[in-house]
Structure formats: C-alpha cells, structure tokens
Design a protein. Structure first.
Length: 80
C-alpha cells in the first residue's frame, strides 16, 4: 500500500485530468508514479514536459536514446 495517496483520474482536478490526457496522447498509460506526482499539479506538469521532450520531439534517434539509458544504468550500477 502506498503511503502517498494516488490521484485517480475520476477524482482529479481539471489541471491533473489535462496532464493525464497529455500522457495518454503521448502513448503512456497512467501509471502509479504519475498518480503520485498528481498530488502537486506543477510536479506532474513538469513530468509531462520531460516525457514530451523525450518521446514527442526527440533530438536523438530511439536507438541512441536506448543506449544512453543503458549506459546511465551501468554507470549507476543499476539493473536495467
């Protein structure tokens, strides 16, 4: 069980509903991390901007973006 309440789409404010819609337009399902960030609309909107920058108009090809994710995981000793 989460200690931070999750904001479900049906009980969300108009600002949060708009951000959820933006995520769905990008092709993301509404994940629990997004519902957690929705407790602060500005944080959620920042997360939307990051997702748009990475997936809507990326400046690098998906192949190199994936290599960057993999390398960052290796450098940080994280399992990918």
């Amino acid at each position: 069980m989460s200690r931070i309440p999750l904001v479900e789409p049906d009980g969300a404010s108009p600002e949060v509903k708009a951000a959820y819609k933006q995520f769905e337009e990008i092709g993301f399902p509404i994940m629990n991390v997004m519902k957690m960030f929705a407790n602060n609309g500005k944080v959620l909107q920042g997360f939307v901007q990051i997702a748009q920058a990475l997936y809507v108009a990326p400046r690098i090809s998906p192949r190199y973006r994936e290599l960057a994710y993999l390398r960052a995981s290796q450098v940080n000793s994280c399992h990918y």
